[in-house]
Design a protein around this ligand. Structure first.
Ligand code: NDP
Length: 288
């Protein structure tokens, strides 16, 4: 049974999440369950900010004794300028999703890429040498591509509605030992290409408002091609529903949320995250 959260005392350390909106966020539930499990004197709270007061809000962390924070939509890029030091990962991705203090300096890090790769590994897929299709070229695609390249993916194609954005992403993150190409969305029904993919990642919000997914020929992918949607909802997203209906293995975005949260938890507390408890708080199970 999940442990009850401890009472907030005068000694309790505060961690939060900056976002707008932030009321839908599952992070407070996930982190508070982890604090309770490890009997840590911490509490995780939503911190709603807006573009006008974000700087003031982040600066106030020190004054208020807030020991760390996550950053979500739409502030991940704004937060880059507010940290006193950036990790190489945050710099490369160009966004911050985790703020914590190290030696009194506010550090900006990004755990989205590693969270994605850890979620894959939990489902038995090592990114090393894999052939991947990323659909979308926005902020989350940047983190996913960075995570995949760090983990040794060999051949990644980024297909996007706006080709120039995918091309920019490929240029920004390409490295010598991996092949990254940009493409238009019409690649999504190219049999010769799709039959070579081992992983397809949806980094667009398409389908979340009830619309059908893009024109994508899932049947052309190999039977064991893993389909990962960063988005998640009460029901399987249209992208995952399509993949599941053709018997392809699927993973939803809550797994990335879990593993990016676990990496952030380590930064906030110095402790290893209790994954099973955090997964349960998100309504998912650790595979295996
Ligand atoms: P961005 O707004 O930065 O990027 C959106 C991308 O989707 C762009 O590439 C955009 O293409 C594309 N897109 C949007 N609408 C359409 C459309 N109608 N047809 C084709 N392409 C479209 O969003 P993010 O990258 O931040 O987020 C993407 C999704 O990932 C969201 O659903 C978000 O909730 C989820 N997410 C989940 C996380 C998790 O932990 N599970 C973490 C981060 C994000 P174009 O460039 O042409 O505009």
């Amino acid at each position: 049974m999940a442990k009850k959260p401890a009472a907030v005392e005068g000694t309790t350390k505060v961690v939060g999440i900056f976002g707008d909106p932030v009321d839908h966020s599952l992070s407070p539930r996930m982190h508070n369950a982890a604090f309770a499990e490890l009997e840590l004197d911490y509490v995780y709270v939503p911190l709603r900010a807006n573009r006008r007061n974000l700087k003031e809000a982040v600066r106030s962390m020190r004054a208020l004794g807030i020991v760390g924070a996550n950053v979500t939509v739409p502030f991940k890029q704004d937060a880059l300028k507010l940290a006193q030091r950036l990790t190489p990962t945050a710099k490369a991705i160009g966004a911050v999703n985790t703020l914590y203090f190290d030696d009194k300096r506010l550090v900006g890090d990004n755990t989205d890429g590693v969270g994605f790769v850890d979620a894959l590994a939990a489902h038995g897929l090592r990114a090393r040498k894999k052939r991947v299709l990323i659909i979308g070229a926005g902020g989350s695609a940047r983190a996913v591509l960075h995570g995949l390249l760090e983990a040794g993916a060999a051949d990644v194609v980024v297909a996007n509605r706006t080709l120039s954005r995918a091309a920019q992403l490929a240029r920004d993150l390409s490295r010598r030992d991996s092949r990254v190409r940009a493409a238009r969305l019409d690649l999504l029904d190219d049999f010769d290409f799709l039959e070579t993919r081992q992983l397809v990642v949806n980094c667009t919000p398409v389908g979340l408002k009830g619309e059908t997914f893009l024109d994508y020929d899932v049947d052309s992918t190999p039977r064991d091609c893993l389909h990962f949607d960063l988005a998640y909802a009460e029901k399987p997203t249209p992208f995952l529903a399509m993949a599941a209906s053709r018997k392809r293995p699927t993973v939803d975005g809550r797994y990335m949320l879990l593993f990016q949260g676990a990496a952030a938890f380590k930064r906030f507390t110095g402790r290893r995250a209790p994954l099973a408890v955090m997964a349960k708080a998100l309504g998912i199970k650790l595979p295996g």
